[in-house]
Write a protein that binds this ligand. Structure first.
Ligand SMILES: Cc1cc2nc3c(=O)[nH]c(=O)nc-3n(C[C@H](O)[C@H](O)[C@H](O)COP(=O)(O)OP(=O)(O)OC[C@H]3O[C@@H](n4cnc5c(N)ncnc54)[C@H](O)[C@@H]3O)c2cc1C
Length: 484
């Protein structure tokens, strides 16, 4: 049997790679973790989830300060934002979390961490800074980067991606955002709230295009009310550096070309997998710009080389990367064949209100040809939402024709947290009756979950047929009062 340096080698020390490294090392596998940058943690920690959510919180507090009067407080005179202070707060949060993702921690778990750019030499070994390192299994978890479209003039025009957003010396006065997915929507609102003039350009007629249109449109309306300008059904013709400003020329579906000018351009038009520098061509591992070609057990064409995280090109979230990492550990270390199943993978866009999703929404159900019923409850009817001053949004529960929940969409305050109850409901096959009967604390936002299940059940329990039956069996005498 071949003698390898390691049982498993992992390329990329982000959400996916760290999950595999922690799992494999703790199970007793001789584990190598290779990271190209100088620190572990990946995009999520350094340029993604953590800095963006920290910025969103800061922007939310600033927004609330301006709304003090709406809460019965004396109006507050807010001073302009000093972005260096905001950036400091972002870095301080990253530093705390960085400790969990430190080289020492992984060394203590039993994994050897090496830094540098790895290149596959053959199917079992890499060249790292001139050293050859071999492993029985390899995992590619090198993440993704902002995809840069071939827009005429863009190459000669300074632009930003998610890597540049959190370290400005001062707040940009204006920003044109190309794209209207989750990153674009979150950053549009956060920067607008902090005082930047923001315009968003979107090719299709809807922002957050994976979501149901009614939910996404409501998010857009809130952002518009706060001052973000949207250009939907619009293509981008060119970009140009004008010195102090940048220009983006757009072409709306109706009407002629238009010139937009701003201090900065943010590109948020999707992601491209970081696979180009690994010499995958040399070892015959197929991939395209979205990601690796993988089977359901996350194996490439070589059964001992796996993919996890954004390089799978499927659901590009930290929790998806962690889940995929656990599938790889199961397959490569436990030798327990496990396939990925994304049926109930939840996600959330952290605009305010948040938009969370699990399972089927109407769009996906229609595309899959599934017949469904929708049950809706509004946050304006939730006592806690009113107390919090958060009345915008609703929950949509989709049931199949047998009354089984197949998906839930929540637009509202803390939707990302509220959807967690549905993670248990859907994965556990819990019936709406169980959820509706379970006592929830009052007053909480979470009561909306119970209420939507209860509304569905009420339609069954309080049906004319049921009332007729009860009247007959228990001699009930019917209404004591009626509508005037
Ligand atoms: C602005 C923004 C906000 C986001 N917000 C959220 C959110 O709120 N919730 C959520 O779930 N997801 C969010 N995401 C997505 C999330 O960050 C990614 O899905 C997640 O980081 C993917 O994990 P990964 O391990 O695949 O990649 P990463 O975490 O990026 O890790 C990949 C690692 O590989 C390293 N690497 C790259 N190339 C090589 C190479 N050749 N050799 C060795 N190492 C290499 C990188 O340096 C990096 O450390 C956000 C992303 C962005 C950009």
């Amino acid at each position: 049997m071949a003698n390898y340096d390691y049982d498993i080698g992992i390329l990329g020390g982000g959400s996916g790679g760290l999950t595999v490294a922690a799992g494999a090392a703790q199970l007793g596998a001789r584990t190598l973790l290779v990271e190209k940058e100088e620190a572990l943690g990946g995009d999520c920690l350094h340029f993604g989830c953590v800095p963006s959510k920290t910025l969103i919180r800061t922007a939310h507090v600033y927004h609330l300060m301006k709304k003090a009067k709406e809460f019965g407080l004396p109006p507050v005179e807010v001073r302009p934002v000093d972005f260096r202070e905001v950036a400091k707060r972002i870095q301080s949060v990253i530093q705390v979390i960085q400790k969990h993702d430190s080289e020492e921690r992984f060394c203590n778990l039993g994994a050897k961490v090496e830094f540098g750019p790895p290149i596959f030499r053959d199917e079992h070994s890499i060249d790292l800074n001139g050293k050859f390192l071999s492993a029985k299994n390899w995992v590619i978890a090198t993440g993704s980067s902002a995809s840069i479209p071939p827009i005429p003039g863009l190459e000669q025009t300074p632009y930003l991606t998610n890597r540049d957003l959190y370290s400005f010396d001062r707040l940009p006065t204006s920003m044109i955002i190309l794209g209207a997915g989750p990153i674009a929507a979150e950053m549009a609102q956060a920067f607008c709230r902090l005082g930047t003039r923001v315009e968003v350009i979107q090719r299709s007629g809807q922002i957050l295009s994976n979501e149901d249109k009614d939910m996404a449109d409501r998010v857009m309306e809130v952002l518009q009310e706060e001052g973000v300008a949207f250009h939907l059904n619009t293509s981008i013709l060119s970009a140009r550096d004008l010195g102090k400003e940048r220009e983006v020329v757009i072409k709306p579906r109706e009407g002629g070309p238009k010139s937009l000018k701003a201090e900065t351009i943010l590109i948020a038009l999707g992601r491209e997998a970081n696979l180009k520098s690994l010499n995958l061509e040399g070892i015959g591992v197929p991939y395209d710009p979205k990601g690796l070609t993988l089977d359901a057990r996350l194996r490439t064409i070589h059964k001992h080389i796996y993919g996890a995280g954004d390089v799978t090109g499927t659901y590009q979230f930290t929790h998806a990367a962690g889940y995929e990492g656990s599938i790889v550990v199961s397959n490569a270390i436990f030798h327990l064949p496990r396939k990925v199943d994304y049926t109930y993978l939840p996600w959330c866009t952290y605009t305010h209100p948040e938009l969370a999703s699990i399972g089927m929404n109407e769009k996906r159900a229609k595309a899959a040809g599934i017949e469904y019923d929708v049950w809706v409850e509004e946050f304006k009817d939730n006592d806690r939402s009113l107390a919090e001053g958060e009345p915008v949004g609703k929950i949509k529960m989709l049931l199949d024709k047998k009354g089984k929940p197949i998906g839930v969409q929540i637009l509202g305050p803390r939707a990302g947290d509220l959807v967690s109850e549905w993670v248990a409901v859907l994965n556990g096959g819990v019936k709406p009756m169980t959820l509706a009967a379970a006592v929830h604390p009052y007053p909480t936002l979470g009561e909306i979950n119970k209420k939507v299940a209860g509304t569905y059940l009420s339609s069954k329990i309080f049906s004319e047929r049921m009332k007729k039956g009860l009247r007959f069996f228990f001699n009930l005498r019917g209404r004591a009062c009626g509508p005037t």
